[in-house]
Write a protein that binds this ligand. Structure first.
Ligand SMILES: *Cc1c(COP(=O)(O)O)cnc(C)c1O
Length: 392
């Protein structure tokens, strides 16, 4: 790419990762390297590969060429020195955090986290001697008060699940750095097309690639991005714990990634239009979307996300069960997100099922709350579907 021109993310997403392919005539579409081991011409070449002097693939668990392509692409898109691909979003988050933590360390984390991330921090880390304090990351006094001498990491999600609150990443980075801690941001809901946490001071950025990065509900994996030394430490943990991504899933993710910029523009525009229509319907009790002026972080969100917020929104609606039924055959009820097709999920009964009922209600998660993952369909068709289900 040209050095004197700043490329748009749409361009970077279409090209990134491919630049280090072997020289000479090569297949334009990268092959899937379905080989668990690599052959070397002599001991010297093998020795240089093993020592890292001339990095080369040698054994599947240590990384395939397909995983390496995905890693280069994500480092470019998130604007970090390095990236690590992993077998799931949880493998990436676990390896990234365990790379910088040891027994006796302390973590401060937002209480509004993906359910399994919450369980990892609340139940697994204490078993390893790592203490965790949960806070409201939008309340900076509470965050500051939770810090200890031993706090190494502050962990948040850039857009939280399911109510789309927007933690102030630049302010939290400053706060963490002043205490000698790292800021870790799960950027799954936003994707680097909408928000690049490292550009705002985050030290670690993680993703579930099965969401927007791949975008078609058909690839599974995770990625962690950050400084070279932080990612090297994460890689050591991941390889020993055995969390390698498959070559096929890395390859599939690259197919989706090429259209990330285009997809995210379409997701964002459609989600904003659906949020506006829902917000004005008498059957709708609440709409949670950062682009609505009654969102608690509306001004901050407009500042940090000039291109939109991706496809996620939540809504509390009278007779949610009837609404879901009325949409059957058009908009599937499916407990994940980020497909090019619009889908609906039910946080009360799926992603947040493990939380005690009182805690769910305290967080604003009621049985009538639905989380919508708005796809890239024609907006006229989408609004017609929603309006007929609302009025039917
Ligand atoms: C899905 C998800 C994860 C976990 O990723 P897996 O690939 O399912 O392991 C983590 N964080 C967020 C925000 C997610 O949506």
């Amino acid at each position: 790419m040209s050095a004197d021109h700043t490329y748009d993310l749409t361009t970077l997403a279409a090209r990134a990762g491919e630049e280090a392919r072997p020289a000479g005539s090569v297949a334009l579409a990268e092959p899937i390297y379905q080989s668990t081991v690599y052959a070397f011409p002599d001991l010297d070449t093998l020795d240089r590969a093993m020592s890292g002097e001339q990095p080369a693939a040698f054994y599947y668990r240590n990384g395939t060429p397909n995983a390496a392509t995905l890693e280069r692409a994500l480092a470019v898109l998130e604007g970090t020195e390095a990236a690590l691909a992993a077998g799931s979003g949880m493998a990436a988050i676990s390896a990234a955090l365990l790379g910088v933590l040891k027994a006796g360390d302390h973590v401060v984390a937002d209480s509004r986290l993906y359910g399994v991330s919450y369980a990892l921090l609340a139940e697994e880390f204490p078993r390893l001697g790592i203490d965790v304090t949960f806070v409201d990351a939008c309340d900076h006094a509470e965050v500051e008060a939770a810090f200890r001498e031993t706090t190494r990491v502050l962990h948040v999600e850039s857009l939280t699940n399911p109510l789309l609150t927007v933690p102030d990443v630049p302010a939290l980075a400053a706060l963490a750095h002043a205490r000698g801690a790292l800021l870790s941001v799960d950027n799954t809901f936003a994707s680097p097309a909408m928000f690049r946490p490292a550009q705002h001071g985050a030290d670690l950025v993680t993703h579930s690639v099965s969401k927007y990065l791949s975008g078609h509900s058909n690839a599974f994996g995770g990625v962690a991005c950050g400084r070279a030394d932080v990612i090297a430490a994460a890689r050591t943990r991941l390889l020993r714990l055995g969390g390698t991504i498959s070559a096929f899933d890395a390859w599939m993710t690259m197919q989706g990634l090429k259209t990330l910029g285009l997809r995210m523009r379409a997701h964002s525009g459609n989600a904003q239009a659906v949020a506006d229509v829902l917000a004005n319907h008498p059957r709708v009790r609440a709409v949670y979307h950062p682009g609505l002026s009654d969102h608690p972080q509306f001004h901050l969100a407009m500042d940090l996300y000039p291109q939109g917020f991706g496809g996620m929104l939540s809504t509390e609606i009278e007779d949610a069960a009837g609404f879901v039924k009325a949409l059957a055959g058009r908009i599937p009820l499916a407990p994940s997100l980020a497909d090019v097709m619009t889908t609906i999920s039910w946080p009360w009964g799926t992603s947040h099922r493990a939380l005690p009922e009182a805690e769910r209600r305290r967080l604003g998660i009621t049985p009538d709350l639905l989380r919508l993952s708005i796809g890239i369909e024609d907006i006229g068709d989408l609004l017609a579907d929603f309006e007929s289900a609302l009025d039917g």
